[in-house]
Structures are given as structure tokens and as C-alpha cells.
Write a new protein. Structure first.
Length: 283
């Protein structure tokens, strides 16, 4: 679908033309999904629901199955068993493009940005607005820069110079560019792969604000993380994976922060470790 600006000559690709969902509507549902790689069971009977305008936090340590789960939702892998429903319709996503066409966008840890390219170039990445018709069509730089500024402003970022290399921005700001880009191109479901893992405390806090901004605009957010302290303040639903299996799923009011940390970290194992370490302390 194309949209036109006031000159009626500039066109750009918009989010696949998908209207926003009502807050609380089920945007994506996973039912008993399993994935095998030879004899290795990466996921087994995992289920969860993602609602529009809410944040679903998927937690787990390394090897819990989070990466496989993301890749199935983003179309990189296909499930061997189970169902994936988007807006109530079953789909078997065969590529990331197929996922994006259905409103499912993924921001991986590498952010898919080119450090030496400008902010506005990274925002569009091959889908830049054009003006003119036929052989006279050409890149509309002014519209691209204006759209970039406007969309980042919605995320709370004031970009004074869209020509600046994106590599000069902080890690949190680059996350905001990737999130704003996905939302501009029509994401109904936004998957964020460990967005706070390599950030300091202050920048991680900023990214959580960007996630809240996406949630408040009606997007169903899937926040993949191994950090329950980052998940609890922003999450509406918490899903914990352990060795490829669903350990539990809770709404926010059904679990406290301490209980989430305990479930996530394997509290019994930590208590045993603490007991063993205390044995070595002098009386």
C-alpha cells in the first residue's frame, strides 16, 4: 500500500496496510509448538498469548530455547509441531518477509543497522520514499528525513541531524531507531531480542521507556530477556522457558518480583549453592 504526502508525488511503503488492533485483542498465539534439530529437542509443547497493547516477557537462561522461539515467530525456522496463529488465523511462516507481511517484526540484538550510514538511511534501509513518476522517479531525501524525525520524536528522541551516522548514537538510541522503524512499517507484534543485555543501567532504563511507548501505541510486544529485573516493571505477562519447555506463565498480578526471580533463577539451586559457600566461611 502506498501513502502520499501533500505534494502528491512522494510515495513510501507503509506497514502492509494493516489497521491497528484494539488493546487487549489477541495479536498472536502459540499453541503447543515444538522444534527438533535431529535428536535435539529445542522446544517442546510451548504455548503463549500476545495481546495488542501489552508486553509479554519471555525469560530464560542460555539454552532455554528463547532463540529458537524467536526464530519460529520471525519465520527463520518452522515449527515441527503445534500451531502459530496471527490475528486468529493459523500460519506457517516460511521467511522473515512472510512474518513482516503479517505484521510480525523482529529486532535482533545486532539491530540490522549500518554504523557508517546516516540515521535516516538506516531507518528506511531500501524502502526510501520516492517522488516523481516513471523514469523520473527519484529518492525524496526531504521526506525521508522528515519522517525519520517525526517517528523518532514519537519515541521521545529529538534527532537534530538525520544525516549523522547511526554509529554515533548510543546503544539505547539505536534500539529506538530499530523499534520506530518496525512500527512505522506496520508491526502489530514487535519481538525484541535481549534489547537491554549489552546496556548500562541508565540506557537499559531508556530502552524500557521505548518499549512502553510501543505498547502504548497498541503494539503487542514480546520482550525476550534473561533479566527478571528488567522484565517485571514493563511486563504484563511472564513466560519462563527452561531447557526448551514451558516452566510457567503468569499475568502480572499473579506473581511478585521476588517470585519471578526465584522461578527464573532456580531458587532451590541458588539456596543450595549459598549453603555450600557459607560452609567455607570462618566461624
Amino acid at each position: 500500500m502506498s501513502t502520499q504526502d501533500s505534494t502528491a508525488t512522494t510515495t513510501t511503503t507503509d506497514a502492509g496496510g494493516l489497521p491497528p488492533l484494539e488493546r487487549g485483542a489477541v495479536a498472536l498465539e502459540v499453541r503447543n509448538v515444538s522444534k527438533h534439530f535431529g535428536n535435539v529437542v529445542a522446544l517442546k509443547d510451548v504455548s503463549c498469548v500476545v495481546e495488542a497493547g501489552k508486553v509479554t516477557c519471555v525469560l530464560g537462561d542460555n539454552g532455554a530455547g528463547k532463540s529458537t522461539f524467536i526464530k519460529i515467530l520471525s519465520g527463520v525456522h518452522q515449527q515441527d509441531e503445534g500451531e502459530l496463529l496471527i490475528n486468529g488465523h493459523e500460519h506457517r511462516l516460511t521467511s522473515p518477509r512472510a512474518a513482516r507481511e503479517r505484521g510480525v517484526a523482529t529486532v535482533f540484538q545486532d539491530l540490522a543497522t549500518v554504523p557508517l550510514m546516516s540515521v535516516w538511511r538506516n531507518f528506511f534501509l531500501g524502502s526510501e520514499p520516492q517522488k516523481g513518476v516513471g523514469p523520473l522517479r527519484r529518492l525524496d531525501r526531504a521526506a525521508a528525513k522528515r519522517i525519520t524525525r517525526e517517528e523518532l520524536a514519537k519515541m521521545g528522541i529529538d534527532v537534530r541531524d538525520p544525516e549523522q551516522p547511526i554509529g554515533t548514537m548510543s546503544g539505547g538510541e539505536r534500539q529506538a531507531v530499530a523499534i520506530a522503524r518496525a512500527m512505522y512499517f506496520g508491526a502489530r507484534v514487535l519481538i525484541l531480542d535481549e534489547p537491554t543485555s549489552a546496556l548500562g543501567v541508565k540506557q537499559a532504563g531508556r530502552v524500557l521507556r521505548y518499549i512502553a511507548a510501543a505498547r502504548d501505541r497498541g503494539v503487542g510486544v514480546i520482550f525476550i530477556t534473561h533479566n527478571p529485573h528488567h522484565a517485571f516493571p514493563i511486563g504484563d505477562r511472564f513466560v519462563i522457558l527452561n531447557r526448551g519447555r514451558l516452566k510457567g506463565s503468569w499475568q502480572k498480578g499473579e506473581i511478585t518480583r521476588d517470585e519471578l526471580v526465584h522461578q527464573m533463577s532456580g531458587g532451590a539451586e541458588l539456596e543450595q549453592l549459598a549453603h555450600e559457600l557459607q560452609k567455607g566461611e570462618p566461624a
